[in-house]
Design a protein around this ligand. Structure first.
Ligand SMILES: *[C@@H]1O[C@H](CO)[C@@H](O)[C@H](O)[C@H]1NC(C)=O
Ligand SMILES: [Cu+2]
Length: 230
């Protein structure tokens, strides 16, 4: 999860998020360079009395500041499109889960298993135990095997919601009556927090998402225990 007063993105826990972080850094570098250059040019133009009077009519400058920005746009657009297509890819998933948005909780279905379903409600502040995060912890975690392609089917029961886990680089709108899909591979074990990301009513801020990724053997134990309980 993000730490207090964090400015940047969260550490990547999936290959796609790794790509997104690289793209973010690449774009920030271009933005700060342009920002610095333009600010410098403006300050010089305003305060220097040595400006060449022919600069206002120069065709070479005109040509350059048309072509260079066009090239900069291409240098941003191409890597951006590349990641967009990588994110769209669904490479035969080992496991599929279905996340349903409700006012105001998420319900999950492990569609490869019969009867492995549960609702995940936020733990109210007064019920938290030491070490749990306020407004982020749920009564049931979405336990998933790490280093396996996971498909998430996303939909909603009532109004728009959005299922997102920043560290995994996943965000998918949950639309009533529509089923959408996204996928990810968790590269390491961990607990990753997310929040509903589409304003969905009074308790929008109180329907967090908790994904716990574990080694496959642990996932198998967890799923059989869940099935016994059911
Ligand atoms: C599914 O998600 C993609 C990407 O966010 C979006 O372009 C598409 O319209 C969605 N499909 C449906 C059926 O909502
Ligand atoms: Cu919401």
């Amino acid at each position: 999860m993000a730490h207090p007063s964090q400015l940047g993105l969260q550490d990547a826990a999936s290959p796609v998020m790794e790509e997104l972080l690289h793209f973010h850094d690449h774009t920030m570098l271009i933005m700060t360079s342009i920002g610095t250059l333009v600010t410098y040019a403006m300050v010089v133009a305003v305060f220097s009395n040595l400006t060449d009077k022919y600069i206002l009519e120069s065709h070479q400058i005109e040509t350059m500041w048309t072509i260079v920005p066009a090239m900069v746009l291409v240098a941003i657009a191409l890597p951006s499109l590349r990641i967009l297509y990588i994110m769209d890819e669904i490479n035969d998933p080992h496991l599929t889960i279905k996340a349903m948005g409700h006012q105001w909780y998420w319900s999950y279905e492990y569609t490869d298993y019969e009867d492995l379903t549960f609702d995940a409600y936020m733990i109210p502040t007064q019920d938290l135990t030491p070490g749990q995060f306020r407004l982020l912890e749920t009564d049931h975690r979405v336990v998933l095997p790490m280093q396996s392609p996971i498909r998430v089917l996303v939909s909603a029961e009532d109004v728009l919601h959005s299922w997102s886990v920043p560290a995994l680089g996943v965000k998918m709108d949950a639309v009533p009556g529509r089923l959408n899909q996204t996928s990810f591979i968790a590269s390491r074990p961990g607990v990753f927090y997310g929040q509903c990301s589409e304003i969905c009513g009074a308790n929008h801020s109180f329907m967090p998402i908790v994904v716990e990724t574990v080694p496959l053997e642990h996932f198998e134990i967890w799923s059989s225990l869940m099935l016994e309980d059911a």
